[in-house]
Design a binder for this molecule. Sequence first.
Ligand SMILES: Cc1ncc(COP(=O)(O)O)c(C=O)c1O
Length: 301
Amino acid sequence: MSNERKVWRNGKFIPWEKASVPLLSHGFSRGSAIFEVFGIHEGPEGPFAFRMDEHLKRLMQSARLLGMEMAYSTKEIVDAVAETVKANHLGRGLIKILAYWGEEAIIQMVLESKLDLAIFAIPDSEELGLDKVGPITACLSKWRKIHPETVPVAAKSCANYLNGYLARRDANRRGFDVGLLVGTDGFLAEGSIESVFLVKDGVLKTPPLGRILSSITRKSLLQAASTIGIPTSEDSILPEELFVADEIFTSHSGIKVSPVARFEDRTLPAPGPISRRLIELMENILHFRDDRFKEWLIALD
Ligand SMILES: Cc1ncc(COP(=O)(O)O)c(C=O)c1O
């Protein structure tokens, strides 16, 4: 995949295999980097980015929450994303933006320099399976979601993903695809890299913001569901509610709705009727067949 792929780094294109940092850089050795990932779609007039404005807002917010300074403005990053898509002839795929301290920081905890910025264009592949909506299996993780008073969980920082890594590893070892984390308050939070939704008696429910990442897909699904008359709720959810839910699904930028066919020892319809309506709605939006949400698709020119 790396052959001839170009990475935008600090204003210049470099070969994919040269996009590296020193082992002792703050970003690598302290895990302090922040990032964003969003989908690129092929539109009738060229490539589009799904809600890039929201993703870049979140990137800026991650930097602010962690006291880090970005070296580039939102407008400069928008232009750099468009250039990266073009330089890599990216069709359906993902953009990953990493902001990080690439300089060596052997003992320093705090750096004052602005963050380096790298933008990667990642084409869809069998492994990535961006448009797959195949059913998945999920379990409750033995790990708790990191507490928001220990680190800001609304910041999309690489360091926070050790928590997600443990949840996924634990789930995989138990034979499940995805592990769902409960917060230290005892309420359902989210998965390693995904939000969680359940349907009960026709209501689409998802945990509230505050202890989870402010997911762009979660926000989009809540907005889209309301528009088509599906009642929604963002109240705290006890993990027990998953055992009596009519439908469960997870969501993230790569795959908008992944229906859960097995949760612990329960079998569920996957997709159930409401999940199916949301899958179809998102498909229509992403294929430019629903004008109500056309501002979510941002042309890259
Ligand atoms: C912890 C976590 N929750 C939820 C999500 C979904 O967020 P988004 O819809 O913005 O991709 C992600 C995505 O990476 C995530 O890492």
